[in-house]
Design a protein around this ligand. Structure first.
Ligand SMILES: [Zn+2]
Ligand SMILES: [Zn+2]
Length: 344
């Protein structure tokens, strides 16, 4: 074959590879040891990072997030959404900002724990870092993706919920009958900003550490959200039943659940029981194997990113790649195991 023809074929092959991957929405769940750090990259390469993990002396979580941005080929983070001002969500932000530029910051408004000795310092550091680049999210707002294929609506923020339901069904949610109620939570968890992102038929729900009381108001007596495809289990797998109201979890009926738990944080037996009762659930994937008392339920090893206790943890991530036709491929970075699913 003559050289120009060969060159043309090489170019065409390269173009085919580019267009094949250009259509996907990619979501990474980065292991930040029981904190939150979820990176979304739109089909056109826009990036939204949801939370930044913990602050540690060695910047462990910021470095892990940075590594994921490099895997995704990012030069900057377009939007950083901080769900709420607890250290396991906002703590890594200052260190991360030294590794990669962060263009814009989205949050629920000022911390209600500004004077709390545990969470106050992380909030103050964030306030300094994000000064002049913050936007306060309100329920019903759209997240500012330029990519028109992406539609992300704020569902909750600062303990307020959407006024116009995503799901206009007027049938009472049957799971609300005799549902256990919890008194209003008084921490930053309750203030979590959360969103529902649609890409074609695929729907991803991330509500941070939203608490049982607000989850219930989203689901009872009418389910405001409808059903979703992939649910990031609230609060690291319903930590100590502060989150994970069954009337909410079972009404949204996710096909897939991702649990960003730590070895002994979240995903206790009650959380497992709630998730197993979801009708039509296809799989659950865990960031960590759950260990210790009241943590003796786990999915099979292939669907768990990290098997060790924290000390020896390598910080493997889970990745979901969603095609425009709704085909979902979830990959475990520890062993390369992938499974594919079809969005219903
Ligand atoms: Zn948390
Ligand atoms: Zn929290």
């Amino acid at each position: 074959m003559r050289t120009p023809q060969r060159l043309l074929l090489v170019l065409l092959a390269a173009l085919a590879t580019l267009t094949a991957s250009a259509g996907n929405l990619d979501i990474y769940w980065i292991d930040v040891e029981g904190g939150g750090a979820t990176l979304l990259v739109s089909p056109s390469g826009e990036s939204l990072l949801v939370d930044t993990g913990n602050p540690t002396p060695d910047d462990r979580d910021a470095k892990r997030i940075f590594a994921a941005t490099q895997k995704a080929g990012l030069k900057k983070i377009d939007y950083l959404l901080i769900t709420h001002f607890h250290g396991d969500h906002v703590g890594g932000a200052p260190a991360l900002a030294k590794l990669i530029p962060i263009q814009h910051f989205l949050d629920h408004g000022d911390s209600i724990e500004a004077n709390d000795p545990r969470s106050g310092p992380a909030w103050q550091a964030y306030k300094t870092l994000a000064a002049g680049k913050r936007t306060t999210l309100h329920p019903g707002d759209k997240l500012p993706f330029k990519d028109k294929a992406m539609n992300a609506v704020v569902i909750v923020s600062n303990a307020q919920t959407i006024k116009t339901p995503i799901d206009s069904t007027k049938t009472a949610n049957p799971f609300c009958q005799n549902a256990a109620t919890h008194p209003p939570d008084t921490t930053e968890n309750q203030r979590s900003a959360g969103f529902l992102l649609s890409y074609g038929k695929f729907k991803f729900l991330d509500l941070g550490d939203l608490t049982w009381d607000v989850e219930t108001s989203l689901a009872c007596p009418l389910n405001q959200i409808g059903t979703v495809t992939l649910f990031q289990a609230t609060h690291h797998g319903f930590v100590n039943d502060f989150s994970g109201a069954p009337a909410f979890v079972q009404a949204i009926r996710p096909q897939l659940v991702i649990v960003n738990n730590g070895p002994t944080k979240g995903w206790q037996n009650s959380a497992w029981d709630t998730v197993q009762k979801i009708q039509g659930l296809e799989d659950t994937w865990q960031i960590h194997r759950a260990m210790g008392p009241n943590h003796d339920h786990n999915v099979k090893d292939d669907l768990i990113a990290n098997l060790e206790p924290t000390d020896a943890c390598q910080g493997h991530y889970l990745k979901a790649s969603i095609e425009p036709n709704g085909k979902i491929t979830i990959t475990n970075s520890r062993n390369g195991v992938s499974k594919t699913y079809t969005t219903h």
